[in-house]
Design a protein around this ligand. Structure first.
Ligand SMILES: Nc1nc2c(ncn2[C@@H]2O[C@H](COP(=O)(O)OP(=O)(O)OP(=O)(O)O)[C@@H](O)[C@H]2O)c(=O)[nH]1
Ligand SMILES: [Mg+2]
Ligand SMILES: [Zn+2]
Length: 305
């Protein structure tokens, strides 16, 4: 006979097995999904890391998940398969997304940043931007160049793993929260994680280059615990996330500086490109909207990558 139901959170997911941390507990319970979840054709992941679940204990100490609580948000990737697209869930219930770029080596990829920010807006996850390798540049110059993002509501942190600067501030931002960490290769994500939480021992350098070649492929996802409380998930999948079910007009709402302007356009069906009396184009002309961001906006609106 199963014990009474317990609630907890999925910390690790690997081929049908879920490590669940019971609320108030310290020992993980290895769980599987109860049979009724698995009936019928599957078009996507049913449970994922971050999920809050209800489960029963089996006699052998393992568990059976029989309830998946409603999610605050989810980060989903569509995996094309012959029998139809499969909905992969990278992470659920994130409190924030931390997008890491390097000040230099490699140069910040602003188009990628804007795309990440839009995906996070769509998923209703607040974003923080981290510019690592601050030791390689003049920080004041960087602040001037990217301060725009802060003005439209995205906090920026400058860090240098090399000098140890900004690490404490980032640690404070992560404490007690579930963070999704993402960014291009080589910007120092693993180095930052090791600086924030030395015992995590993430491998620095080139590990993802192996993954891209199909070696060392990990097919599990997990939340890493922070000693100050909270969790972090490395979510490499962001690069291949497409805005698959997004309508062009919807994109307006995902640019915080553009969203409030749209209602002032002369035409209600304005595409914000060539129409007279377009408040967005006017905003770009006056400098209220950055032309680089406008460019990203147009590309994302047209469904370009
Ligand atoms: N100058 C400088 N170099 C850094 C800093 N942080 C990391 N690096 C170097 O940048 C390189 C890449 O660092 P990683 O931590 O492996 O980068 P990553 O983002 O995890 O890369 P992937 O795992 O490929 O996605 C390494 O050679 C690090 O030593 C920093 O603050 N300053
Ligand atoms: Mg890494
Ligand atoms: Zn317009």
């Amino acid at each position: 006979m199963p014990n009474s139901a317990t609630t907890g959170q999925i910390i690790k997911a690997q081929s049908g097995f879920y490590e669940v941390l019971p609320d108030g507990g310290t020992m993980m319970v290895t769980c599987q999904l109860r049979g009724r979840f698995r009936k019928g054709p599957r078009s996507g992941d049913l449970a994922a890391i971050g999920d809050r679940v209800g489960f029963f204990r089996n006699e052998d100490g393992s568990g059976m998940i029989d309830e998946i609580m409603p999610r605050k948000n989810e980060i989903v990737r569509l995996d094309p398969r012959p029998q139809g697209d499969y909905r992969q869930i990278l992470l659920t219930n994130a409190d924030q997304a931390i997008f890491v770029f390097a000040c230099a080596k490699p140069e910040p990829h602003v188009r990628m940043l804007d795309r990440f920010l839009v995906i996070a807006e769509k998923a209703r996850i607040p974003s923080i931007i981290v510019f690592n390798k601050a030791d390689l540049v003049d920080e004041a110059m960087m602040r001037e160049k990217y301060g725009y993002y802060e003005r439209i509501g995205y906090p920026i942190l400058f860090t240098s793993v090399m000098l140890g600067t900004g690490i404490e501030a980032l640690r404070a931002k992560m404490a007690g929260r579930l963070s999704a960490l993402a960014g291009p290769s080589g910007v120092g994500k693993s180095s930052l994680m090791n600086a924030i939480e030395p015992r995590i021992g993430v491998r620095v350098d080139n590990i993802s280059h192996f993954t891209e070649k199909g070696k060392h492929t990990t097919n599990f996802r997990q939340l890493l615990p922070l000693s100050g409380g909270g969790w972090v998930a490395d979510t490499p999948g962001w690069k291949s996330l497409a805005l698959w079910d997004t309508y062009p007009e919807e994109v307006d709402g995902y640019f915080p500086e553009i969203a409030p302007l749209v209602e002032n356009c002369k035409f209600s069906d304005c595409s914000h490109t060539h129409e007279p009396g377009c408040a967005v184009v006017d905003g770009v002309k006056t400098g209220q909207v950055s032309s680089q961001r406008y460019d990203s906006y147009l590309r994302l609106r047209e469904g370009q990558e």
